[in-house]
Design a protein around this ligand. Structure first.
Ligand code: LLP
Length: 404
């Protein structure tokens, strides 16, 4: 990774360990910047994909805005030096306390997902004597053709407001005293490897924007969400440039600022998970490589049947055999990869690729396993950006009952 051997990262910080390349994060972000040159835009990195404050700091220094979904993510962005005026706040369940903090720091926009939320936001803003900038997240009813768990733009999904009902909700929003209607947004899903669903969603959205304009509601921005896929195996994911080349001409000549919320396409392929082979074992016809990373460290294979590449970082030892790469957690679903051809021996370090997005952030302490360390590589420098959790961390906040 950059000028550092992966094996050296494992030696220095132990395993399991996430490592990210600052250069790759920068390159992926700048690909969006370049493709948007000449167009008013705001790239709001989706914090949920990797929320380590050093990752956020790297992006803030590049001028990124941020798409957040919780108060925790808001505080992380502020801690990392992110500009509150460049934050959009998504999510279906923001409550009054969340809204209050976001109003106080002065975020760019609330991406509102329901009429009920709009009412609470108006009440909260009224109480504070502030004006809440609002975009309505509309659900364009487009099939993102991705895994059902990460598909969000269909009528059957919990997200957004039905695009056909949106004009009426906009009308009501515009009449509220402490709401300032400034935009519209959608997010149809994640890991999209085709451009067409984005094109369909943008086209539907633009019809709505024009209809709103005719009603006297003039928007300042159009937020086309995130969702651009990456290559994990043999997918042909469009580049940021190809994706925007398909979408920007459809918005040519319009005055609205284009807002984006990319996550995975910035961080996924900038990170890896390093893990050590604890044992090899064979149960008749099956070989298992038992490694020290588990589903609690990387949930994607167990939750989405995600395929992620796994390779040894040390020199190959002899001939390849077919292994299921499994972790120490007591669940049959605890695997990182199945039927992988690997030439490995006990003690080898393996690298799970494309782990920079939805990796560490989805990790847990299941089976009372401390969460992994995170490291940022910058040229030949290795920075620890999160210490491995200790056994003390595991019970932080827990308490024994009083003796009877
Ligand atoms: N904006 C909104 C409102 C979102 O819900 C998401 C992701 C994004 C932006 C960023 O999407 P991206 O560019 O990263 O695709 N844990 C799953 C992915 C869940 C995505 C949730 N929403 C996985 O590991 O595949």
């Amino acid at each position: 990774m950059e000028d550092v051997a992966l094996a050296d990262i494992a030696t220095q910080f132990g395993t399991p360990c996430y490592a990210y390349s600052k250069k790759a994060i920068t390159k992926n972000f700048n690909a969006y910047q370049t493709a948007l040159a000449g167009r008013d835009h705001l790239i709001c990195y989706a914090v949920k994909s990797n929320s380590n404050i050093a990752v956020l700091q790297t992006l803030a220094n590049l001028g990124a805005g941020f798409d957040i979904v919780s108060l925790g993510e808001l505080e992380r962005v502020l801690m990392a030096g992110g500009d509150p005026c460049k934050i959009v706040y998504s999510g279906v369940a923001k409550n009054a306390a969340d809204m209050q903090r976001a109003l106080e720091v002065g975020i760019h926009c609330f991406n509102v997902e329901s009429e009920a939320e709009l009412a609470v936001l108006n009440a909260t803003a009224t109480k504070l004597g502030l004006l809440a900038p609002v975009s309505l997240r509309v659900n364009p009813d487009v099939d993102a053709k991705t895994h059902p768990y990460i598909s969000t733009g269909l009528k059957e999904n919990k997200f957004g407001i039905d695009i056909n009902l949106a004009p009426e909700v906009y009308r009501r929003a515009a009449s509220m005293d402490n709401i300032s209607v400034i935009g519209v947004d959608f997010h149809i899903g994640s890991q999209l490897t085709e451009i067409q669903p984005f094109v369909d969603a943008v086209d539907r959205l633009l019809v709505l924007v024009d209809e709103l304009q005719a009603m006297g509601i003039k928007l300042q921005h159009i937020d086309i969400g995130g969702g651009l896929g990456v290559r994990y195996q043999d997918e042909t994911a469009p580049s940021a440039a190809a994706y925007l080349d398909a979408l920007l001409p459809r918005m040519a000549g319009r005055h609205e600022t284009v807002v984006l919320e990319p996550g995975r396409s910035i961080t996924a392929n900038a990170g890896v998970l390093l893990t050590r082979v604890e044992y090899l074992k064979s149960n008749g016809s099956k070989n298992f490589a038992i490694v020290d990373a588990a589903m609690n460290d990387m949930l994607r294979p167990a939750l989405y049947q995600a395929w992620m590449d796994i390779q040894p970082v040390t020199a190959n030892h002899g001939s390849k055999e077919t292994f299921d790469v499994v972790g120490p957690v007591c669940e049959t679903g605890d695997f990182l990869g199945k039927d992988r051809d690997l030439a490995i021996v006990q003690g080898d370090i393996l690298c799970l690729y494309s782990a920079g997005a939805y990796g560490f952030v989805m990790s847990s302490n299941y089976n009372s396993r401390p969460r992994a360390a995170e490291v940022m590589i910058d040229g030949s420098r290795m920075h620890r950006i999160r210490a491995r959790e200790t056994l003390q961390d595991l019970v932080r906040g827990e308490q024994l009952l009083p003796a009877d």
